[in-house]
Design a protein around this ligand. Structure first.
Ligand code: AMP
Length: 284
């Protein structure tokens, strides 16, 4: 595995490898790797000649400065894990490399409705930061295939929208990979390492609440089942941002389900200052 720190270095390296069409698979991450990240590398390896991964903890997507400060960093372990998974090129840029003009007064992306709902509503500015970093990374890596996790359902939609906005829809294929979970159902996440032992056990309730919705939802009003799922979380001491049921393609909230429309249940909640998110598609 080759490690590149400078955009120019990465660009020259990929050029030297004489990469043709349909051959670069890209897995962007913020590091603190777990098996979920590696499953994306696995998927990329199956479909591409070269797999490029990146580690960059993006300051502009943290609406809470404390969350940024406390974001886990395990660089040496990450390098070994990426190498073991078969990553060919690992890109580890600095903030200056990604934001040569600084992090203020940057481009604004028109994400429309997506930015007003769920994560967009509860984390103002977050998706603008995601677009800034992804726009820059895509410009540097120029991948044919991009690998994202369903764990960040709304982020996948935002990045698809970004790719449309920058006119790269025909050049970059977005591949969404399933959420990897711990044995008790907790979605793997870098933030899980910040959970205290007692909270780690309770944290699985977030996936249990979503599963409860998936298994019990019937056509009709969705309020009662959402309230029941919220109650499961409240009993364990979660502070809830949202538990919602939404149109799986648009994320418009569904108050009255016709029993056929493809929908997804999504939740975000804090347990002792650690914010966890998860989602489950109800009907496929
Ligand atoms: P992050 O490092 O949290 O920015 O995540 C990097 C990529 O890994 C994103 O596309 C995430 O959606 C994906 N990812 C995070 N957690 C999981 C998981 N449990 N299963 C599959 N993919 C994941």
């Amino acid at each position: 595995m080759i490690i590149c720190k400078k955009p120019r270095e990465l660009h020259d390296l990929l050029e030297k490898k004489n990469i043709g069409q349909q051959e670069i698979g890209f897995v962007p991450t913020m590091g603190a790797l777990h098996a979920g990240h590696l499953s994306l590398v696995d998927a990329a390896k199956k479909q591409n000649k070269i797999v490029v991964c990146s580690i960059f903890v993006n300051p502009t997507q943290f609406n809470d400065p404390q969350d940024f400060k406390k974001y886990p960093v395990t660089l040496e372990k990450d390098i070994l894990m990426f190498e073991g998974a078969g990553c060919d090129v690992l890109f580890i840029p600095s903030v200056e490399d990604i934001y040569p003009k600084g992090t203020n007064n940057l481009e604004h992306y028109d994400l429309g409705f997506l930015e007003t709902v769920l994560e967009g509503k509860f984390r103002p500015g977050h998706f603008q930061g995601v677009c800034l970093v992804m726009g820059r990374l895509l410009e540097i890596v120029l991948p044919n295939n991009l690998y994202l996790g369903q764990k960040d359902y709304q982020q996948c939609m935002v990045i698809k929208k970004l790719i449309e906005l920058i006119g790269s829809k025909d050049k970059i294929k977005v591949n969404i990979c399933p959420t990897l979970r711990e044995e008790d159902g907790l979605a793997m996440s870098s933030r899980n390492t910040r959970l205290l032992p007692g909270d780690r056990i309770k944290a699985a309730t977030i996936s249990k609440a979503l599963r409860y919705i998936k298994e019990n939802l019937k056509a009709g009003h969705t309020k009662k089942i959402k309230d029941e799922a919220k109650e499961l979380l409240l009993q364990k001491g979660f502070l809830i941002d949202y538990v919602e049921i939404a149109n799986a393609d648009t994320l418009e909230l569904v108050e009255n389900w016709n029993g056929k429309q493809k929908i997804v249940a999504l939740a975000a909640a804090f347990i002792n200052n650690v914010r966890l998110i998860d989602n489950m598609v109800i009907n496929t």
